[in-house]
Structures are given as C-alpha cells and as structure tokens.
Design a protein around this ligand. Sequence first.
Ligand code: PEP
Ligand code: MG
Length: 756
Amino acid sequence: MLTTLQRIVEAVNQAPEFEVALDTMVRSVKAALGSDVCSVYLVDRENREFVLMASDGLRIPVGERISLNFGEGLISLAAEREEPLNIANATTHPNFKLVEGVEEEPYRAMLVAPIIHQRQVLGVLAVQQQKARAFSGEEESFVVTLAAQLAAVIAHAEAKGLVSGQQSPWMRNLSAIPGAPGVAIGQAYIGKPIASLSSVVPRRTEQPWREIHRFRSAVIKTRQDLRELAEQVASYVAADTLAIFDVYQGMLDAASLGDAVEAKIKEGWRAQTAVKLVVEGFVSQFEDLDDSYLKERAVDVRDLGQRILGHLQDRKHVEESVPESCILVAEEVTASMLASIPRARLQGLISLRGSANSHAAIMARSMGIPAVFGVQDVPLNYLEDQFLVVDGYSGDVFVNPPAQLLQEYEELQEEEVELAGIVKANRHLPAETSDGIQVDLQVNAGLNLDANDELGEHNGIGLYRTEIPFMMRERFPTESEQLKLYKDVLQSYRGQPVVMRTLDIGGDKPLPYFPIQEENPFLGWRGIRMTLDHPEIFLVQVRAMLRANVGYGTLKILLPMITSVDEVDEAARLINQAYFEVRNELVQTANAPTMQRPQLGVMIEVPALLYQLEAVAQRVDFFSVGTNDLTQYLLAVDRNNPRVARLYEVYHPAVLRALQQIADTAHKLGKPVSVCGELAGDPGGALLLLAMGYRTLSMSAHNLDKIRWIIRNVSSPMLQVLLAQAMNAKHPDHVRKVVNMKLEGLGLGGFVRAGK
Ligand code: PEP
Ligand code: MG
C-alpha cells in the first residue's frame, strides 16, 4: 500500500494543472480501492456550499455546478466533525442526502475524509460503492492519508487563485513573509539574473593559464561593477547596509573564492566550469545551514558567481525599460539586482524565494522599500506586467486589486509618507518620553561598519554579532585578522560603548570548515558551550578584542547562551588569562599604553538563567536580554521552523512575564540591563519594555528613528496603563490588539497597520 500511496502522491504533485491534480487523485484512489466512485468536494465559503470538483464514477454534466449546502448530507457531517465517516449503508443514515444531478442513487457504502489544511477544512474526499459494506481500517487510513496530502495541493491552488469561485477579474491576494515595512503600489517588473550558473555545461581546457587570466579579468570587472553599484546606492542606504558590497568584494578575494576557482582551473576545468563548481559548492554549504541568516548568504554567493560568469560569457547588461512606478519581482531578488534599478522608480519588491534575513531584505529596509519574500507556488510569469499592491507589514500581495482596496492602500501610503517625514526630521532629538524619562538607543551590528553619519542619535553598539566574519572564510580567522576587524568597529564608534558578543556559533550555525551534526541543534553545542570546549578559539577571539580595545577603552564583552554559573566563571577565567597575557605583552613595548579591563555581561536568552540572576549578577557587570532565543526556548518553538512560526510569539503572556521578572530582578540587584532581541525594535514591543522598566534598547539601525519618535510620544502613566492591560491579556493576539490600539490612539498606527 505504501508504494501505491507514494505513486499517487507523486502523480498528483506533478500534475501540470490543478484540475488535472484532482482528476488524478480521484482516478487513482478509485482504482487502488477497487471502489465504484471517488469524488472531491471543495468548500465555497462565500456561497456556503460544498462544490463537486472532480469525480471518477459520478457523471458531472458539462457546464453545471453540482453542490451541497453547508449542513447537508454526510459530506457536511464529515467536514463539521473534522473526522472520517465510514458507513456501510449510507442511505439509512439520518444525515443522508442525495446529491442532485449526478445519479448517485445506486451507491450504499460511503467513506468520507475531510481535507484539512492548517486547521481549516478545505473540502472532502469521498469514496462510494454499490455494495453495502464497511471499509477496512487500512482502506480508511489510506484515504485519510491522501486527503492530508491533497490539502497541501488545494491550499497552493487557492493561493494562486485557481480554485473556482475565485476567478473574478481581480485575483486573490498572495501571502508572503513580510521583509520590509510599508505599502507599495506599482507595475510588476521581472528582474532576471545576468547569467545562470546552472546552465553552464562542464568543459575542460588544455590551456589553464589562459583560463586563469580570463577569470582574473572577470573578477576585476566584477569588482568594478560592485563599486559602481555601491556608489549608486550610497546616497540612500545606511553605511552599515552598504557594507554588503564590502562583503561581496571580500568574497572575491583569493582567500575566499579566488584561490578555490584557480585551483579548479589548474585541475583542467575551463574558467566558467570552475566558477560553477566552486560557487555551487559554497552555495550548498550555506544552504545546508540551519540558521536562517546564514542560509541566506547562499543567495549572495550565487549572485556573485553569476556576475563573474556574466563577464566570462561577455554578456552585456541590457538596459530594459523599467516602469515609472515599478515593483521588482524576481525568483530571488539579490542585493545587487536591487541596486541596479533606479531608486526613483522602485516602489517595492517581491522575491518568490528568500526570507526577511536576506541581504536584499536588509537593503530594502535600509532604503525604505516595502518588500515581501517567499511567495510560494506562483510562477514568475503569472505576475509579469500585473498591477500590484505590496503590503510589507502583513506580507500580502494583491494582484489587480479592486478600486476600493486600492483607494484604502493609497490613503495608507499618504499617511506613511507623512509619518516618515516627521520621524526623520526628529532623528537628532533625544529618545525621551514626554515626562522626561531618558532611553538609551543602541544599534545591533554585525557586518563591517563605516563611520555612520546616516544614523540618528544613538548611544553606540548594543550588540555586535561576531559570527559573520567567521562564516565568510575557509578557516577560523587569525588573531590579527580579528584584531583589524574589531579595531575598525571601535574606531567607527569612538567614544561610544561597543558590546561585542563572543562567537555564537554551534549546532544551528556550523561553520563550513567546522561541521557539527546534531539531532537537535538548537538544544545542542551552541554559543558559549562550544567556545568553552575550545578555549583556543575563545582565547584568540578575546585576545583580539582586548588588543583592539587598547586606546579606545569602550569595549564590553557579552557571552551568549549562558545556562549556568560555572560557564560564567570559566569564561571569566579565560578572559582574565587573555587580559594578563595581552597586558604583559604590552608592558614590554616602548610607551606602553594603559590597558582597560572591559566590562563583562551575559545574554539572558536561556530561561534557566531567570532563576539564577542573583548568582550571575555577582559575577558580571551587565545583562542583555536576547528576546529572540528567550522566546524560542520559553515557548519550545524553533525560531526557524515555518511549520510552527505561528506559535513563535514574542507577545506571549509567558514571555512578557519573564521580561518583567528580569527587569525587576536586575533593578533590585542594581545591574544594568538592556534588550537586544528584535522586540526592542518593534514599536509595540519597545513600549512594553519601557513600561517594564528597561531603559536601554538595542535594535537594527533602520528601527532607530521610528522607536525614538514613538518614545517621544508617550508618558509613564500612559505606559503603566498599557502594561497593566497587556499583562491582563491571556493570549498573544489580545496583547497585540491592546498595543496596536494604543499606537493607533497616539496617531502612530501607521507603523504597524495595513493588511491584517
Ligand atoms: C537573541 O537571541 O535575541 C539575540 C539577540 O541573539 P541572536 O538573534 O543572534 O541569537
Ligand atoms: Mg540569541
């Protein structure tokens, strides 16, 4: 039976059209069970009916709509109960009702399985037989299994607007992952990569030196392209975001791609083939990673490879006419593709693949371009030339929307423009509530940083993630490589605190050159657990940080994933050791500068730490709350698993209570505490954190101005009322409602509004 099941599932999934998929399903099930009829009915919510969509056995008259009202017949009963019905003689059942118009009279036995997707009944799969008989348990579970498979096929078709009843002149909205907030209205413009790695046919060469020369000249041209693209966008993206182009340039270095490609050419491959082999190798390494941010780096590597390939194939980039108000749509929007569209024309972007962690998403946020990612199951050409509304708050995309919806979105857009203007004009003002409570706003960083004039007022870096430079290499970076990197950061932020986190790598973020295989990576060898097991790696990093800090004195060291006090003790011991080593080395140099001991802090992101705050406080100088991991571990929801994404709720009452408890305890113990997870940059989240007593919030640079403006519009009594209401709520949705209502009331609804 298993092979029959697999065969049917495969045939249904490969069907070129939705109707063919349904037809394949009913024919295959009928044949496999030797029954007389198999049919699929789908729910039409608008007309409150079950519509007969496909049948093998019942004859559906051409052009006629055969349906049953909600509440009628065994079809409705199975759907209502959300469980299968297996009835030997259906005609005697009190709920039995003949479906009119399909000559259903002769059939007695009936097996009906509801088709359910994400808790919603989409229809039923019904099997019938003339002879009165109960279907066997095996037959029943066979049909239930296929109904579950069919659910995904139907849900995808619904998303594409292919299910009948939805083929009105405007197509249904498509759902995607929000990537950058805002509303965009415009015409779809399909962006295509310059060249395609996958279409390169591997070829060998007799003249490797000639090929190496061609490769090197393609790299030079690619570097030039990247410089030009970076210059084009320099005027409207933050310097931190521009660093994406430095990362690209870094990948072109010999130590990254360069040497590997040349080695392949020396093995006898042509330059194009060598680029394909090396880049695809890197891409699959990145794609295998569990961490969603690092996984997204595959896109950058592929993009870069295709740019080099474009030069090797001597392709000229054809300037196509970009519509006045364009929504860039691509299979995979890359940072460089985004940079190549004139800013004045670019309204929004849709990337069929990718996520909010992609570099294109980071850039879109920085450029203020509404963006959505991961629109599944829609072919690119379906969107070509269509008129679109992109809702970057909710992730909705409307294709050819009706006039009323369009008008609502146009009004929203106007409101947004007004808000954005006010927010930007006030970026130099202090983050202070109307009754004078001062808040320190800090930046989360991790890419290379230039001196950043673009950002509004802030107070240094609250979280510098150090893992990215470790990812971009083929081995651990040396102490001097790290020294240079950390020094650059401290120099850029001279005079302001910089909190550098020690390597948070491990099960979920394995390095390409340090693979870790684990069943449960998020519960595995991560962060401090891994680095304490490898003091040689930890010491090199800490020494580099301490040496970089000489002459600045602004460094603070932060430890990730701390679960127990002994981890703090051990890390502190190693930091001490590194400190004395570096100091002794310095003393021996002429005019030795004085060396400052950096403050030490821990991330509060493993719930176990909530019960050990007092003991930990005796050992460290500050706490920093990582709400991203704290939420994942408190709720037992993998932060990267789309299947449980609905359950990952930072507004969950348990998370809010934990955050309140941390703030209260830290204040009681007199320990400075900040928040560096995403919640700090969320408008509602920032208000709740403020109300709980947090006074330092660290966030992505693009949220700074918005959060400052929100803070300036609230007062403590107002916040206390809000907090009391939020703490009273029993469900994350209620918390969200309370918070959004407050923001609406303050005229700040534009920051959270739209679609949903
Ligand atoms: C967090 O967990 O909230 C955090 C800031 O760290 P990261 O997202 O890097 O795990
Ligand atoms: Mg974390």
